[in-house]
Design a protein around this ligand. Structure first.
Ligand code: GLU
Length: 300
């Protein structure tokens, strides 16, 4: 069920529009009265499953006993994993993927507890059993697979650069020599700059939003991480921020799960493979407006 489609933000489905009002108010096309059959569409494109059984999954057994699911997410990445500071509402592509998985296991929104976990702490949270699974711009890598397993991939993006809108000097990672670039502790983004562009000076924080503050204050010259993340910040502040150059890696996002829980891994992979139009609806509702292009990848 591969799909190839470039989204312009025009002609978005009613489902997408409803979801957009939660996370992108003010964005073009975000007004449900703009189109579709306004208000008649279901709020979520998935249904909560009933009478679910999942043989041999310790994670599912724990969820069932608890009567709820604990999901690790990000909270400061617009369009991906975001928490509205005023309402506490969670939104974004990753959050919706997390909800879709929960629904497939029989849990509705009231039964979900979200835990915000920064990049550096993801493996440990899964190893400790603090969360049932993690959905938050989490690249599948061999070194992470030593501690945990991944379902997916469910999205592919690439590492990019974010600079001030008036910056003309930085147009790719080779231009970072002698410049200060900000990224996040424990991310593939930071590691790649250190490994492959050692002439760049790096500074690291726990979150990408902290890097945004640094860039706006003129403390750093650039921010590096996945373009899907950076595009969300540009969308929020196009007067001040812009993407620079082309993506220079392939980041394959997976759902982090406890090592050895192959029953859960297979359940999630089957959900992605057999999900029909749900992936596209989630993508359209959350990521299309930022100009990010995407198609659903085949699972591993
Ligand atoms: N996808 C990259 C990673 O997993 C960067 C984004 C992040 O820190 O979550 O390390």
């Amino acid at each position: 069920m591969r799909k190839s489609r470039i989204i312009t933000g025009i002609g978005i489905s009613a489902i997408a529009l409803l979801a957009l009002t939660a996370c992108n108010s003010g964005a073009p096309g975000a007004d449900p009265s703009d189109g579709g059959d306004g208000g008649t569409a279901a709020e979520q494109p998935w249904e909560v499953a009933t009478d679910v059984t999942l043989e041999g999954s310790p994670t599912f057994d724990a969820m069932t006993e608890r009567g709820g699911v604990v999901i690790g997410v990000k909270n400061d990445q617009p369009n991906l994993g975001f928490e509205d500071a005023t309402t506490g509402d969670r939104s974004g592509f990753d959050v919706d993927v997390a909800r879709w998985i929960a629904a497939s296991l029989g849990f509705d929104e009231e039964q979900i507890e979200y835990v915000t976990i920064p990049s550096a702490n993801r493996e440990q949270a899964l190893v400790n059993g603090d969360i049932d699974y993690y959905v938050g711009t989490y690249s599948i890598t061999d070194s992470r697979k030593e501690q945990i397993d991944f379902a997916g991939p469910y999205f592919i993006t690439g590492q990019g650069l974010l600079v001030a809108a008036d910056n003309e000097d930085i147009n790719g990672p080779d231009d970072l020599a002698g410049k200060v670039v900000c990224s996040v502790t424990g991310s593939t983004s930071l590691q790649r700059i250190r490994d492959e562009y050692p002439d760049a000076e790096t500074t690291e924080f726990e979150t990408y939003s902290a890097c945004i503050e640094q860039l706006k204050n003129g403390q750093v010259d650039a921010i590096t991480t996945d373009e899907a993340i950076l595009a969300g910040y540009v969308q929020q502040d196009p007067e001040e921020l812009k993407l620079a150059g082309e993506p220079f890696s392939e980041e394959r996002y997976g759902v982090g799960i406890a090592k050895g829980d192959t029953a859960l891994q297979e359940h999630i992979n089957t959900l992605f493979t057999d999900g029909g139009d749900i992936w596209q609806a989630i993508f359209d509702a959350n990521l299309a407006e930022s100009g990010i292009e995407g198609e659903q990848p085949a699972v591993d």
